[in-house]
Design a protein around this ligand. Structure first.
Ligand code: NAD
Length: 362
């Protein structure tokens, strides 16, 4: 079967790591008709727009995209092109598997958990009021009329909306994910003891959803500060974590640290009809064009994409090929060597070549 997939190369190191991932997918034998769509600096040059409608249309049409990281130039009207893509396509679930691979230096062995982060609301809704602006003053006055607490007049304000709808949708997603992937437990992470009406709503909703899965998937909840401590102490105790947007963002990077860093942390943004697969890391501009950075996170994101489009066997083979190259530790980028200045480190495309070579025998 031929799959039509949008490829957004991104900018900074994006084009290099996406090319590596594309070549690995093609080498599995899965037939893909790649539709290249621009976003970020290249799109700004060609279309005068960081996120052209053509790019979003391509993802809507093909329903699946592999995307490189994108830098957001300051003063362009976008908080982040990446967040704008998630919002425009309503990619409400961010799924980040956190797994240790032999050969990657990490503080723990045998971690295998999944972070499910709500992507559409919370403090990332982008509803903000700047210090000293008339609207901010009005808002402060209104809030002080509605409740007794005072807000300092020289405050900036960010709004944190958490809805029953989005909480239900993301927790449902986490339980469905657990069932589909034979996971045993979902942990809802929150700060409901302090933010009773936002995180509190998230928690109550999570408990309601969990009740429908009783006997099938276990459920527990944990406060985000306690969770941070537990995650760096006993990460093996966790299976699927479901979190509102901000905590999910922070916990994902923390978890990436547990398995050896951003170079090996893949991700997926999933909506009702569309899915965009991308590494957790950013566009690392200082390494752009140097054929230096680790393509693993992007290639493992492609593994998630292959699973998503029903190419399970190819996904398994590609993951196996990656894990062999990592375990051998020979044809790997500088960040995976014991010494970051090790002259035997290979470049981005050479590491992809080594993975493609292994694919022949797995
Ligand atoms: P970053 O992830 O680009 O870099 C953080 C650190 O990790 C750097 O030291 C970098 O060298 C290292 N690193 C990142 N990817 C690596 C790889 N594949 N191999 C080896 N080392 C790697 O984060 P940043 O510096 O905070 O952000 C740079 C730009 O990327 C910013 O403009 C930011 O907005 C953007 N960004 C984009 C995304 C995305 O596209 N989804 C995500 C995060 C940040």
């Amino acid at each position: 079967m031929l799959h039509k997939i949008t490829l957004i190369p991104g900018d900074g190191i994006g084009p290099e790591v996406s090319e590596a991932a594309k070549r690995c997918v093609d080498a599995t034998g899965v037939k893909v008709d790649w539709e290249i769509a621009l976003a970020g600096s290249d799109a700004l040059i060609k279309y005068g727009n960081l996120l052209p409608a053509e790019t979003l249309d391509s993802v809507r049409r093909n329903k699946v995209a592999l995307k490189g990281p994108i830098i957001t130039p300051v003063g362009t009207g976008f908080r982040s092109v990446n967040v704008a893509i998630r919002h425009a396509l309503d990619l409400f679930a961010c799924v980040r598997p956190v797994k240790t691979y032999a050969g990657v230096r990490a503080p723990f062995k045998n971690i295998d958990l999944v972070i499910v982060r709500e992507n559409s609301e919370d403090l990332y809704a982008g509803i903000e009021f700047k210090v000293d602006e008339p609207g901010t003053k009005q808002l402060i006055e209104m809030i002080e009329k509605l409740q007794p607490k005072k807000i300092r007049p020289d405050s900036g304000i960010s709004i944190k909306p958490i809805s029953r709808f989005a909480s239900r949708r993301i927790v449902e997603f986490a339980f469905q994910y657990a069932l589909k992937n034979k996971r045993k437990k979902v942990t809802a992470v929150h700060k409901a003891n302090i933010m009773k009406f936002t995180d509190g709503l998230f928690l109550t909703t999570a408990k309601e959803v969990a009740a429908q899965y009783a006997g099938k998937v276990a459920f527990e909840d944990n406060i985000v500060d306690n969770m941070s401590m537990q995650l760096v102490k006993v990460p093996q105790n966790f299976d699927v974590l479901v979190l509102p947007n901000l905590y999910g963002d922070i916990m994902s990077d923390l978890a990436a640290g547990l398995i050896g860093g951003l170079g090996v942390a893949p991700g997926a943004n999933i909506g009702k009809d569309t899915a965009v697969f991308e590494a957790v890391h950013g566009s690392a501009p200082k390494y752009a064009g140097k054929n230096k950075v680790n393509p693993t996170a992007m290639i493992l994101s492609a593994v998630l994409m292959l699973k998503h489009i029903g190419e399970e066997k190819a996904a398994e083979r590609l993951e196996k090929a990656v894990s062999i190259v990592l375990a051998e530790g020979k044809s790997v980028t500088y960040d995976l060597k014991q010494d970051r200045n090790d002259p035997t480190a290979v470049g981005t495309s050479q590491m992809a070549d080594a993975i493609i070579e292994k694919l022949k025998n797995v």
